[in-house]
Design a binder for this molecule. Structure first.
Ligand code: URA
Length: 220
């Protein structure tokens, strides 16, 4: 598929997502939140599910977690417009509850898998436990298994790292260590993605402010 065909296919999935009422999570959020970024990228980052700011703006990882993620990405040489960022779950669970494995499997099969089938990334980064369990199975543990490569059921090389929201809860030495871990995991993901597509540009010259690109939305 050409870049344009991929973009069109992602838009179609996004339209389907907007109409989705297939599970009860839809009742508690403003509207589903799809993905953001480049359709022809070799690198896809997958988070857990939208939080409050993401629900308000219809953009994944735009709130406090997303701001921290952007800093880490910039440090390794990546901007969000040059990769694709999305979530396993597309609707914000009430009170930011962590989605369970069945909810992740249900929503992931309906939408995340379609996004991946269009983009066909060379590398996936799973952000946190929900994405790690979705791609690697519920036996994996983020504290033990982050930074280790495995193949997803769909055949994508995947590495997990800490979710930025976890970093936001840490302090002191633990925080410093976890930030380095994330830095190294993202560096490893970028190196492998560059190996797969040496000509691809992963970093735009200027920093990207998602709030300039996404508008606050009303209930639909
Ligand atoms: N946490 C996530 O995993 N994804 C978001 O989009 C926001 C917070």
């Amino acid at each position: 598929m050409s870049e344009e065909e991929k973009r069109t296919a992602l838009q179609k999935t996004e339209e389907e997502l907007r109409r989705c009422e297939a599970c009860p999570l839809r009742r508690d959020c403003l509207a589903p939140v799809g993905g953001f970024g480049a359709a022809d990228t070799p690198l896809v980052l997958v988070g857990e599910g939208p939080g409050g700011v993401e629900d308000d703006y219809g953009c994944p990882l735009i709130g406090p977690s997303g701001q921290l993620l952007d800093k880490a990405l910039w440090a390794v040489g990546i901007t969000r417009d040059r990769i694709y960022t999305t979530n396993v779950i597309k609707c914000r669970p009430l009170n930011n509850r962590t989605p369970d494995i069945a909810e992740a499997a249900f929503c992931g099969a309906r939408f995340l898998e379609k996004e991946l089938a269009v983009i066909r990334p060379k590398i996936i980064v799973a952000l946190g436990s929900v994405a790690l369990h979705y791609f690697g199975g519920s036996d994996l543990r983020i504290l033990r298994d982050r930074g280790q490569w495995f193949l997803t059921a769909g055949g994508y090389p995947c590495i997990a790292t800490y979710h930025p929201a976890y970093l936001l809860r840490l302090t002191g030495k633990e925080l410093v260590q976890a930030k380095w871990d994330v830095f190294h995991d993202l560096q490893a993901a970028l190196a492998k993605a560059k190996e797969a597509e040496p000509a691809y540009v992963f970093k735009s010259e200027a920093k990207i402010n998602l709030f300039d690109l996404c508008k606050k939305r009303e209930r639909t």
